[in-house]
Design a protein around this ligand. Structure first.
Ligand SMILES: Nc1ncnc2c1ncn2[C@@H]1O[C@H](COP(=O)(O)OP(=O)(O)OP(=O)(O)O)[C@@H](O)[C@H]1O
Ligand SMILES: [Mg+2]
Length: 207
């Protein structure tokens, strides 16, 4: 199997980190090489930018924020994603460009066409092979994040912001069903796990 780039996306608290463990087990059980990474982050530069981007004390306008996301992403592609894929190692990323369309586009109001310009410049046509979109209603997301930790700069936004973010994710998935699998993450963890395993087997191995 040619190495694949798999991304996990969805609103805060949807269960991305939780289900990375499910994906890890799936790859390990089949002895398939894989690395796990995240955005913003994944490199020294990216993790430094992540600190800035998630810090509630940071003041960044919507264009500056979008550029920082793509700066982190370009380094991540060059240093981690593309070299691993070239070496036959699968790459799984906790968030990728869908998050920029959802948060900076839907949430903040950056024009989709402007994000697409940056996407084309930074990715040169490169896209994930598979994106698992974990979807939960807003109330579930809010309940999960407030129960689990202190809120970062994005998590402090108001409910309408997250409604717009979720809507963009769902619209993108509906527009390109070949790339996405939308997973209803508002179910028991074991049920979500079983569905993710089935999606990986079907989409990556044709089983
Ligand atoms: N299916 C589920 N049922 C109940 N609780 C869940 C489920 N999935 C995840 N959770 C819980 O919700 C909280 C948030 O989950 P998690 O950290 O995996 O979300 P996330 O998408 O990674 O969030 P973020 O975007 O903020 O990193 C955790 O406490 C986790 O245990
Ligand atoms: Mg997480």
């Amino acid at each position: 199997m040619k190495a694949k780039f798999i991304t996990l996306d969805g609103i805060d608290g949807a269960g991305k980190s939780t289900n990375l463990a499910v994906i890890r087990e799936w790859f390990e059980a089949r002895a398939l090489p894989v690395v796990f990474t995240r955005e913003p982050g994944g490199t020294a530069l990216g993790e430094a930018l992540r600190e800035i981007l998630l810090n509630p004390a940071t003041h960044a306008g919507l264009r500056a924020e979008t550029l920082l996301m793509f700066a982190a992403r370009r380094q991540h592609l060059e240093d981690v994603i593309l070299p691993n894929l070239a070496n036959g190692v699968n790459v799984v990323s906790d968030r990728f460009t869908d998050a920029t369309f959802a948060y900076q586009g839907g949430g903040r109001g950056v024009e989709t066409a402007d994000i697409e310009i940056l996407e084309n410049w930074v990715q040169q046509g490169f896209q994930p092979d598979l994106t698992l979109l974990l979807d939960v209603p807003l109330e579930v997301s809010l309940a999960r994040i407030s129960a689990s930790r202190e809120k970062d700069r994005f998590e402090q936004e108001e409910a309408d912001f997250f409604t717009r973010v979720r809507t963009v994710y769902l619209q993108r998935a509906a527009a390109a069903p070949a790339r996405y699998a939308v997973i209803d993450s508002n179910r028991d963890k074991a049920v979500v796990k079983a569905e993710i395993e089935a999606v990986l087997s079907a989409r990556l191995l044709g089983e």
